[in-house]
Design a protein. Structure first.
Length: 198
């Protein structure tokens, strides 16, 4: 029958409308902003930078590789790489972004920057209330405004964050084992050389 889909849709709308007077589960809206619905874990709004530890500058995972800047379709990410290296949260000397900015007035929340980041340094936030009276400077976020802790990431994306942290911990353990094996090989070689000289 012609228009059958429209009639079914209108019947469902009427069922929700009249049912909302008798059953709370039929209510499809909330009294925002007094009541809020928790965002889904897969929700994505704008990117943020993840850091480990207590100090955002020392623990920033970003090493300014600029892959996200190159892959960003609207070109809203601006990175200036440092000329020196400083120790990261693990104590390994790394380059860092001297300047990292995202223009959220241009960002289309596509998540490509998250997908291409090899260091798990950039993730998508669920915070959407970012209105400001300053439409130019207020929507250009710098690295201090973008930096959020790993604990925050664990809170908003627990499943993804747990998998990322497990992978990073495994990589760290593998690197430590490799360094320990190399140190013991050097010590064995030094002992062998000392044994030959005696």
């Amino acid at each position: 029958m012609l228009g059958e889909g429209i009639l079914k849709g209108m019947a469902e709308t009427a069922r929700n409308f009249f049912g909302s007077y008798f059953s709370a589960e039929r209510l499809t809206t909330v009294e925002y902003p007094e009541q809020r619905i928790a965002p889904h874990e897969a929700a994505r709004v704008f990117p943020f930078l993840v850091y480990d530890g207590a100090d955002w500058q020392a623990g920033l995972r970003c090493v300014a590789c600029q892959i996200c800047e190159k892959e960003c379709p609207p070109k809203c990410i601006f990175i200036v790489k440092s000329t020196d290296k400083k120790p990261d949260a693990l104590g390994k000397p790394q380059f860092y972004p001297a300047r990292f900015e995202i223009d959220i007035s241009v960002c289309m929340s596509c998540q490509i920057c998250v997908e291409v980041c090899p260091f798990e340094a950039i993730k998508m936030d669920t915070e959407f209330e970012l209105s400001t009276a300053d439409r130019f400077g207020g929507l250009l976020l710098d690295r201090k405004q973008l930096a959020k802790s790993d604990e925050y990431y664990q809170k908003i994306h627990p499943i993804d964050a747990t998998a990322v942290d497990a992978r990073l911990a495994a990589e760290k353990a593998k690197a430590e084992a490799k360094a320990k094996a190399a140190a013991s090989a050097v010590a064995a070689k030094a002992a062998a050389i000392a044994g030959e000289g005696a």
